[in-house]
Design a protein around this ligand. Sequence first.
Ligand code: AKG
Ligand code: FE2
Length: 292
Amino acid sequence: MTYLLSHHAAELLDQGYTIVRGAVPTDLVSVLSADLDPHFAATPFCDGDFYGRRTKRFGSLLTRSPHAAHFVQHPMALGLADHALGQFCDRIALNLTQGIEIHEGALAQYPHRDEDMWGGPKGEIEYLVNIIWPMTPFTQENGGTRLWPGSNHCFGAALNEDAAVVPELMPGDMLAFLGSTLHGGGGNRTPHPRRGLIVSYALGWLKPYELQWLVYPPEVARGFAPELAALVGYAQHRPNLGNVEGQDPSLLLRDHMNDHHAATDALREEQAAALRDYVAEQEAARAGTLGG
Ligand SMILES: O=C(O)CCC(=O)C(=O)O
Ligand SMILES: [Fe+2]
């Protein structure tokens, strides 16, 4: 692990978030943002107090801009997600991509932990890493993301609104935080929308927030680089989870697929070894019976 990655990974696990300044060139943020202009213009305000009635959101960023893949596959983002989640899963998976614009008059979003969308135990494992890529400056006044430092270690404490920090961010910066970190979008008291891209990565065995296989069906994912297709879910999670006809689902991205297949185990090494021993024992016993 590079020094930079290990520094940010340690900070992420310690205080629940980390900021990487100048992680991408601002030109790249500008071209992505320009591609998203018509989508923000066409998207109505959200309906609901969590999503925010003065907030616009849309997903499937990988089909809305050819530049989105650069952000989704950013080595620092993937490195941080692997570091926080790798010990709890065989592979990480893309959980969502979302453009978010918080407009004038928006109230602060309800402080929440993104991992609460999944019903498993909390405080024992990490479920998710969120990356926010600002496309405008993020400030205290315009709806910059609010974060509660250390809240990833401290569940059940009463909410102290004053303990929130709002890091000032510029386009090109990257904000990473854990699914266990208490956070929320801020209220916007300026006339200008605050625009950002959220990309989140989750344990590969979870149901994703945004149904990646439906927003990127095989005819779309066929155009992705193989690593990107695997990240959006065209890969099995050992043992044998997320298959098609007992095969790796990347089969669907090939030109031709047979109607019938031999379902084929996809096991972790230690599982394969335990199975080999079990089978060998039974075969030895059978040979003994036949021999006697
Ligand atoms: O837009 C933001 O700053 C955060 C949004 C957020 O946390 C969410 O929608 O879950
Ligand atoms: Fe959130």
